[in-house]
Design a protein around this ligand. Structure first.
Ligand SMILES: [Zn+2]
Length: 243
């Protein structure tokens, strides 16, 4: 049997299975790992509490014969309790985690992805501006855009790539914006395009307020890029401006 190892990990998702077990999907700096926590719902209930989604732990992992390893211990590094206390923040963070799960399905090592998710979850517990709902949404849109960029699908939206003119449409297949004379695609106005640029370029949480129409436009850009280049549907259901 392979040797057990310790790994820093963020709990992405957790499902009940069998009588008392849980299957837990973890993101580690070395990639995605799916583990089973035996008896997590009875005898070692304490361990179960450490395996709530969004918690950051140091996990002891025993590799198994199949894809599924066993988690034999967990020390909490960041509980996520401050986040889980607020349903608004939880809803938005669930959309952020969904984006990680869908955009990075392969078990590839990626320290930047791990650190980015850790930073995003911590940022979600901080003050989020005058309207928490809006702040949580904009923070999540910034995170999803940064994930797209990390995956190599950064939307180029500073200006029409054809003539340098004002942005009017976004062509997801080309991954860039055009004026309506140079190209076609989903509607994207220049102000929303500028917001996309700021959300990608500035640190997480630097921008927390955007009007509903801009948030909706950015959601459309994120969904179109994920579908076109990743072949995945991003529901982004937690976000209020999903129209
Ligand atoms: Zn043009």
């Amino acid at each position: 049997m392979a040797t057990a190892y310790a790994a820093e990990a963020i709990v992405l998702r957790s499902f009940r299975t069998g009588e008392a077990d849980r299957v837990v999907h973890l993101l580690t700096p070395a990639g995605r790992v799916n583990v089973i926590a035996k008896g997590a719902r009875k005898t070692t209930a304490k361990m179960g509490a450490r395996l709530e989604p969004m918690t950051r732990i140091e996990a002891m992992i025993q590799p198994g014969k199949s894809d599924l390893s066993t988690i034999t211990g967990a020390h909490v590094q960041w509980t996520g309790d401050d986040l889980r206390r607020d349903p608004i923040r939880v809803l938005a963070a669930t959309a952020g985690i969904e984006a990680v799960v869908r955009l990075f399905p392969e078990p590839e090592a990626d320290r930047r992805l791990f650190d980015g998710l850790a930073r995003y979850l911590v940022a979600m517990t901080e003050p989020l501006g005058d309207d928490v709902r809006v702040g949580a949404d904009v923070l999540t849109l910034a995170f999803v855009l940064k994930l797209l960029a990390l995956a190599g699908w950064r939307p180029e939206v500073a200006a029409c790539v054809g003539c340098g003119g004002t942005v009017e449409v976004f062509d997801a297949a080309a991954g860039c914006a055009y004026c309506s004379a140079c190209g076609s695609g989903i509607p994207l106005d220049q102000t929303s395009a500028d917001a996309v640029g700021r959300l990608i370029g500035e640190p997480l949480g630097a921008l927390l307020e955007l009007p509903p129409a801009q948030r909706a436009a950015i959601v459309r850009v994120c969904r179109a890029m994920a579908e076109e280049h990743g072949g995945v549907r991003l529901a982004l259901l937690g976000l209020t401006a999903t129209g």
